[in-house]
Design a protein around this ligand. Sequence first.
Ligand SMILES: C[S@@+](CC[C@H](N)C(=O)[O-])C[C@H]1O[C@@H](n2cnc3c(N)ncnc32)[C@H](O)[C@@H]1O
Length: 205
Amino acid sequence: MNDAREVVVLRYGHRPGRDDRMTTHVGLTARALGADRLILPDNAGQSAETVRDITGRFGGPFAVELRGDQKAVVKNFEGVVVHLTMYGERVQDVEAEVREAVGLDEPEVIGEASPPRDLLVVVGGEKVPWALYERADFNVGVTNQPHSEVAGLAVFLDRLFEGAELDREWENADRRVVPEATGKTVVDAEGESDDGDAGENTGRD
Ligand SMILES: C[S@@+](CC[C@H](N)C(=O)[O-])C[C@H]1O[C@@H](n2cnc3c(N)ncnc32)[C@H](O)[C@@H]1O
């Protein structure tokens, strides 16, 4: 979400057919909630296409990559690795430490900020290898209850950015949704006027 540090989301494992929708939603959630890049397993090409298509229409920047070497991505990542797991430390207990590790914390003294470091956020699908728990700098639980990678990722990113991702501006969007109490208005983002007069109700989601 900023120039100095990259937040990357890795979907570890994908079962074609069974996981298609969930993997796509991991990608859409990563994009919408402030990550810079998504790495999907190379058998998740359809999900990658969907996320790229949404980025093309609703804006970015957001990069999507397919990789066959998930283990190597984690092992060789030069930065901080967070693994989201129901068995991990409570997000509310470690979020400040994670922010500090990647240099996202407000310095108490001017000039004392930690240097920016890249962050890899790993979410599983099927069972993930034990080596991931050991490699991770932080194993983080969003509650210690079983739920979903999409929900875990959303809460973690929102905690990481402390809500700032909700105000993000999107670049190179074709279209923009006009927030309103009732209705579904989407405007052409290129050359739009501030009053949203160009809006159309698409009647679609
Ligand atoms: C449906 S779960 C499968 C968990 C699998 N049984 C295991 O032991 O790894 C898929 C993914 O959702 C995420 N997840 C599920 N519950 C979570 C929680 N409470 N906190 C953080 N992440 C969670 C984890 O990334 C997990 O790998």
